[in-house]
Write a protein of this length. Sequence first.
Length: 323
Amino acid sequence: MVKPSVFVTRRWPAAVEARLAEDYDVVLNTGDKPLAAPELRDALKTYDAVLPTVTDKLGAEALDVPQARARILANYGVGYSHIDEGCARDLGLTVTNTPDVLSECTADIAMTLMLMAARRASEGERELRNGQWSGWRPTHLIGTKVSGKTLGIIGFGRIGQEMAKRAHHGFGMKILVQNRSAVDPKVLAQFNATQVDSVDVLLPQCDFVSLHCPGGPANRHLINGRRLDLMKQDAFLINTARGEVVDEHALAQALWFDVIAGAGLDVYDGEPRINPDLAGCDNLVMLPHLGSATREAREAMGFRVLDNLDDFFAGRTPRDRVI
Ligand code: DGY
């Protein structure tokens, strides 16, 4: 039987690439460089499946392929706001993602950022590495206590719930939730959480706000200057969702002028480019999109793509079909 041909846009963990090669006729982007629209169009014309990820901008330009051979975009990653839904539908493409398997690790990184920002960990490390530490003193790098504070979670899907689990059961935090749809009271009860009606209602009540909603046009600049003004002056904003959810210029202003106490970011609008306004903020912790960056999660994401491909080419609806 002829194996379906698949194109993988970035290098994946070796164990997954090996399994993929057993069942499919695989072509890898061995240079592991992000692909431009013409290269993505070529891939869509040439292979039965394209396996993209967050660094592939599959907008109108890349998806302008009326004669596409590919019938599935099996995305490596849970977020798929880099894929234009309307264009993918017009081409009749099936799109899948990789939920569940990265939820714990992404929540771990959100916790990491929350703790680092509150306890000024990056500032401390910079001071130490620069040879500027003059020793312990009662007033040195005073941060903010995390335990027992109020955490607002915007977007209460799998990752938001993992965040609530850590914050409530590990750090005794009070949890407030904002979510598009009503959350099952049994789920809220697991974290003694309360759902509020809107982002505007949530923000003024929280010491920490963590974003776990999808990206894309609907949530672009959900956190803007007006909403940053609604936060407490001693509160912190954490974003492990998507860069476009936060207006970065407004965030830099808020950090610079002490509208809020600090922030932690793992994702950026237009990453890997970093808005220079952000780079100058001392009360900002920045990580390079590490949410799912563990061996366990990255392998599990790859195997989940394989499950989706296997279903698709066996004529079944893939378990993680999103389009
Ligand atoms: C995702 O899966 O959407 C992540 O952002 C990639 O780690």
